[in-house]
Every structure is written in structure tokens, then in C-alpha cells.
Design a protein around this ligand. Sequence first.
Ligand code: ACO
Length: 325
Amino acid sequence: MKFIRSKIIGNGHYTPKKVLTNDDMAKMVDTNDEWITTRTGIKSRCIVEDEFTSDLAYHAAKMAVDKAGLRPDEIEMVVLATVTPDNTTPSTALKVAAKLGVNVGTPAFDISAACSGFVYALTMADNMIRLGQVKNAVVIGAETLSKITDWTDRNTCVLFGDGAGAVVLKAVEGEGTSADSGILSTKIYADAYHFDSLKTTGGVSSSQSTGFITMDGKEVFKYAIGSLAQGAEEAMKLAGIKIEDIDWLLPHQANIRIIEGVGKKLELPDEKVIVNIARHGNTSAASIPLALSEKIEDGTMKEGDVVVLTAMGAGFTWGGAVVRL
Ligand code: ACO
């Protein structure tokens, strides 16, 4: 019996042109490059001026679709992970789908799982492809976190950035073994009892506004390393892959100390852990697909490489995936 897998056949990413360095941040709040660099690993972040989340998402998705060699009328589904939609409704995925030029009738929807959003979206799309409901999907993570950042709060404003990343998944036949190409496993989690540890101060039904990001930094830090490691370990177990079989660990880019902590917990050498936080900061749902696409483009990641994705974010939510490129 044939075994259906979802294979990444196109990748894309996009960031706005305006760059805010740590020195720029020091002119806005009481902070400095040394504090931000040592505590977070961030040196600069890209910030939108006159673009929306849908614009960033479209550019990333268009690059992925072009690289996949897919015509707009061949796209069967668009899934967008974001916590910064253009409008409360309809979904931002619909705006992107229209810009891409998909056929009328093509399903498109947003997923809200904060920094784990892309892993959640990938999980949904992979399952729908493996069930045979669609033969391909454009999966995007895109954020304009600058719009829900309190630019007077030094505890949070230095951490976040804007950006987008995308992949095109396509159904391919595999053997059902860990030697297959494509997504080998996904696993998602949530702990609903940490709602208040990392959240916006408002929302449509509670305050009729978006609110700003607020968090208990120490609580998030403590939870992040264990959950990111669990996402990676469980996904590897499900895929039948051992730590020594993986080429790259791609963790959500939240903070360099969290990233290094996860690498150590998994006993991986530093050179196998993907880090791009210095130039982007934390871009939430965009963080993993943005880094994935950058590393495919610069030749770091190659066809056949085994990449373990792992993410954690507000909720708390977390999860992992194993992909053979
Ligand atoms: N510049 C200078 N000083 C600052 C800044 C800043 N930008 N921000 C906070 N401080 C000060 C604090 O006010 C505090 O001063 P005080 O001692 O006089 O009160 C001091 O620095 C130490 O603050 P801490 O909160 O103890 O700093 P900590 O070492 O915990 O680092 C950080 C803070 C970086 C936020 C850390 O807790 C962390 O990384 N947490 C994880 C949170 C995270 O990454 N969130 C991203 C979103 S969640 C996700 O993506 C998974």
C-alpha cells in the first residue's frame, strides 16, 4: 500500500526593509546593546513601516510557490499562522490567497498558536495531505509583532521583530519509513494553565483592542527549554530518528540562551543548532519558516538533510516536527 508524505517543494521568506539596531532601541528606552546582546543574542530586528502582515506573508508565499513551480490555480490550500492578523475577520490567509491568485473555492484559514503557530499549521496541513483531502498546501508564518509591542516597555520591546516565512507542501509517495523524504512526524502540545504567563493585555472580546505583549520572562524562560526539548524528542521518537541521525535542529528563535539551553539538553553540538536571532529577534510564528528558508537559500541545508523543528510560545503551546528535505 502506498504511503503518503508531505514534502517541502518550495521555500520563501521576507522581512521589511527598516532595521532597528540595539543602539536605536537605546534611544527609545533605558537599555543598551550590551544588555540586549548578552541576555537575548539579538543585535537588530526588522520593523514594518507601511506594510501589513498579509504583505509580508504574500512575499514569502510567492517566493515559495515560484520555487515550487506551482501555478496559482494549482494551489489547494493556504494556511497562515499569525497572532497579528490584518483584520479580526476575515482571516489574513484569505488576503494572501487572493493576492496569490488561487481558484475560487480554495480553502484558506489562519491558525493562532503564537510562537508555535508554524508547527501547528504544518501539522494541520501535513495531516490533511496524508488523509488525501488536499494534494498540496502553502503554509506560512507571518507577523508584525511591532504592532502589539509596547515601545515604552524595555522588558519586552527589545525582543520582537517582524517577518514572514513559507513553505509549499506536496503529497509524495513514501515507504512509511524514516528513510522517506518529507515530513516524517509532527507532535503538538499545550498547557492551558499558563494563559497569563505570556499574553496581550487585551483582545477583541475583552477590551475591543489588540493590547500589547506582556510576559513573566522568568516563567517563560524556565518552561521554554524543557518544552522545546520535549517537542524535538517526541517528534524524533515518532519519526524513528535518533539524535545522531539529525543534520539540523531548528528551534524557535526566542532567545539565544534558550536556544543554547535546548541544544545542550539534547546533547547536540553547537554547529548543528540553527541560530539567526541576531538579525531578526523573535518573530513568533515566522521564526521557524524564516530561518528554514534562509538556510536553504544560503546552501546550509540541502536536499536529504534531516531537520528537527521545535517551537514554544504563548498558551503555553509547543511542538516539534521532523522533516527530511
Ligand atoms: N535593558 C536593560 N535592562 C533591562 C531590560 C532592557 N531591555 N529589560 C529588563 N531590564 C532589567 C530589569 O528591569 C531588571 O532590572 P532590576 O533588577 O533593576 O529590576 C534587570 O534587567 C533584570 O531583569 P530580569 O527580568 O531578571 O532579566 P533576565 O535575566 O530574566 O532576562 C529576559 C530577561 C531576557 C526577558 C529573560 O527573562 C528571557 O529571556 N525570558 C524568556 C522570554 C522570552 O524569550 N520571551 C519571548 C517571547 S516567548 C517565546 O518566544 C517562547
